[in-house]
Design a protein around this ligand. Structure first.
Ligand code: NAD
Length: 328
């Protein structure tokens, strides 16, 4: 069975490609190695996929290319049974500076894939969506019926992309599912995220920096739980045509998270507070009943367990990963 993973040199796509290869599937990764963050991490993701294939009956092929290239996308989808679309221009704050690029990659790129998937009649199209589609909460936790009023160009682009996926499912019978991820973390995570920054600063005897008063809340979701949810969609068709929250059951305030990390690494450090960024959501919190019902979703990691695993990984990979966090 061949699986096309777009964005497979990135954080989530890299773990997905690795798991598929380890499970003896034939994996093709399409990624343009966008320089949004340091390319060393992407190389580690690619190597992890190759290693997994070497140790299994699977295979792994990396193709450097762009989801905006409709011809290439059509060619790759023609050989695929499943498409896991993780490629995106990510990041809420930078989307405020260059919204059009987010539209071109996240919306037009997704449409290229959807057109090809419809024409080739693939088994399933699974795409990464985001909690950013919800915008300001009218109530929490967000369930999937919550109004979608994104407050950033990034959120707007993810919403447009997932609406297209669900519309293609309705109109063309394309089996398509959008998973709305809630702040994913774990080994090889993007270096510019709160958890990697807190861990890095604490390891260097520097206080973690919190933007705002730290009462913002998040559902930090451990990468392995996100991968498990994606794996289910290889055989589960009950979710076709739907957008589904994938979060943790362990909602936490940012200052509590920083305290937790500080206490695990260097309890003598203080916390430092700086000005909050307007595009950042105040609270995100997922209702995961739909995921439980349709995918049997049952995340294994509490925030304490996930953070402890990440800190272990960080210590083992500090030589190459830490400089990337420091410069991000
Ligand atoms: P990432 O930036 O690590 O991975 C995205 C990958 O897509 C990168 O390797 C990048 O090179 C590639 N890419 C970018 N533009 C491309 C293009 N035009 N053509 C081909 N490849 C391209 O991000 P991530 O954290 O792994 O996120 C993966 C997906 O999950 C994205 O769709 C993102 O919007 C979504 N998501 C992530 C989170 C999170 O917390 N990490 C939360 C919600 C949603």
């Amino acid at each position: 069975m061949q699986i096309l993973v777009t964005g497979g040199a990135g954080f989530i796509g890299g773990h997905l490609a690795q798991r598929f290869a380890a499970d003896s599937h034939d994996v093709v990764v399409l990624d343009n190695r966008d320089p949004f963050y340091d390319l060393d991490i992407k190389q580690h993701n690619i190597e992890a996929g190759r290693d997994a294939a070497r140790n299994s009956d699977g295979s792994y092929e990396f193709i450097e290319g762009d989801v905006r290239d409709a011809e290439l996308v059509t060619e790759l989808v023609a050989d695929a049974d499943y498409v896991y679309h993780q490629a995106a221009q990510a990041g809420v704050r930078p989307s405020v500076k260059s919204p059009r690029k987010y539209d071109e990659v996240n919306v037009d790129g997704t449409l290229n894939l959807l057109d090809a998937c419809r024409d080739e009649g693939i088994e399933r199209f699974v795409m990464a969506s985001s909690s950013s589609v919800y915008g300001k909460p009218q109530y929490l936790p967000y369930d999937e019926q919550h109004p979608t009023t994104p407050v950033s160009p990034y959120g707007a682009s993810k919403l447009a992309a997932e609406r297209y996926a669900c519309a293609y499912s309705e109109v063309y019978d394309l089996p398509a599912v959008a998973l709305r991820y809630f702040t994913v973390y774990g080994p090889r995570m993007r270096p510019n995220m709160a958890i990697s920054n807190f861990v890095s600063r604490c390891h260097n005897g520097e206080p973690p920096v919190i933007y705002g008063d730290g009462t913002q809340t998040r559902d930090f979701t451990y990468i392995e739980d996100v991968i498990d949810a994606n794996m289910t969609l290889l055989h589960e068709d009950a979710a076709d045509g739907q957008a589904i929250n994938i979060g943790s059951t362990d909602n936490i305030e940012i200052k509590t998270l920083a305290t937790e990390i500080r206490d695990q690494i260097d309890p003598d450090l203080d916390l430092v507070y700086e000005e909050r960024h307007d595009a950042d959501a105040e609270h995100t919190h997922a209702a995961t009943e739909r995921a439980e019902e349709l995918l049997g979703y049952d995340p294994d990691h509490t925030i304490r367990e996930g953070v402890a695993k990440f800190i272990d990984w960080y210590r083992d990979n500090r030589d190459w990963y830490e400089p990337l966090v420091r410069q991000s």
